[in-house]
Design a protein. Structure first.
Length: 334
């Protein structure tokens, strides 16, 4: 379907942005989604407390999956129908794990580690604070540990630039952080009031480096999408992008080679995001997902975690999760 969308994108580029952002593609999408719905498959994840929060694909198609409830990292080898424990919970002083990202150049798996005991989830140990961890892709050995600055922080998701800079969203502060090449400490790249979390809610969440070299981020509770201009390693203007429809509980964000993005809405959908100037056209690739949290792409397949996090953080109202926990495979054209 992304090939079809790409052709439409080329057509839309010939139109005024305001018109391109309002054109409905519903008729085309219905048939495409119906085909995808018939061919969906699933990868089971072991354990009844996984609540997968993020995932990333390695160069060979291996999937790496985080767990805020148990901690550690699960791994799904290419072609496997179920996952396995790869990094044990609590390894390298990690706690509850959130955003994960494969960094092939550095040969690391970047992982967000947080103490979420205040939310009623103790995790595998008593380590306080929020950290960006780097694990060796070959061995799983811990190599990098950088604490998020400040007293009220939450490492949520990760992006890596061409120069090796690692960018991190802080969901409890209006900060995007950066670990510069060769540095051992995270620093605040930019602080902006647009990213301030609402009272009782979550701020920054998904992050990606676009093909234009700029950062793209979303906010979970407010459902907003932003571009942060980068001049080399220095931040510039923050632009709120006008979306073609309202967004709800925006989460994982991953770049595609044509300049568009895959994005998760926690309300139940996998989206294709196409950027035109300061506007973003949002088209649903797959609806009806069970509280999805993240997406990654390998080949002609998008992999989506169904995190079911309401059953973890609001179990009294939501009841027990559906088992087994799983990754949904959604066919898309490369």
């Amino acid at each position: 379907m992304l090939f079809v969308m790409h052709q439409i994108r080329l057509f839309l580029l010939t139109l005024p942005i305001s018109l391109a952002g309002t054109i409905s593609l519903a008729g085309l999408l219905v048939s495409e989604q119906a085909d995808a719905a018939q061919t969906l498959a699933y990868i089971d994840l072991p354990g009844d407390r996984v609540f997968p929060e993020s995932l990333s694909a390695g160069p060979d198609g291996t999937l790496y999956v985080s767990s805020p409830a148990t901690g550690g990292i699960l791994r799904v080898k290419p072609g496997a129908s179920e996952g396995e424990v790869w990094i044990k919970p609590g390894a390298f002083d990690s706690r509850s794990t959130f955003g994960v990202l494969v960094d092939p150049r550095a040969q690391l798996l970047w992982v967000c580690s947080n103490d979420i005991s205040s939310f009623g989830v103790p995790g595998p140990n008593a380590i306080k604070g929020s950290y960006l961890k780097g694990f060796d892709l070959a061995t799983g050995e811990g190599k990098v540990s950088a604490a998020l600055p400040g007293s009220h922080q939450f490492c949520n998701d990760i992006a890596v630039a061409e120069d090796g800079a690692v960018y991190v969203t802080d969901s409890l502060a209006p900060h995007i952080l950066v670990l510069r090449p060769g540095s051992k400490e995270l620093e605040v790249l930019i602080e902006d009031s647009n990213f301030t979390p609402p009272k009782g809610g979550v701020g920054l969440d998904g992050i990606a480096v676009g093909v234009d070299g700029h950062l793209y981020v979303n906010t979970f509770s407010k459902g907003e999408l932003f571009r942060v201009a980068l001049d080399g390693v220095w931040p510039g203007k923050v632009t709120k992008l006008a979306t073609s429809r309202p967004l709800k509980l925006t989460d994982g964000l991953r770049p595609l080679a044509d300049g568009s993005f895959l994005m998760i809405e926690g309300s139940g959908s996998l989206d294709h995001v196409l950027i035109y100037g300061d506007e973003a056209v949002i088209e649903t690739i797959q609806a009806g997902l069970d509280a999805p949290t993240a997406v990654t792409k390998f080949g002609a397949t998008a992999y989506v975690t169904e995190g079911q996090l309401p059953h973890l953080f609001n179990a009294a109202a939501s009841g027990p999760p559906r088992l087994p926990f799983r990754i949904v495979t959604v066919p898309i054209e490369p």
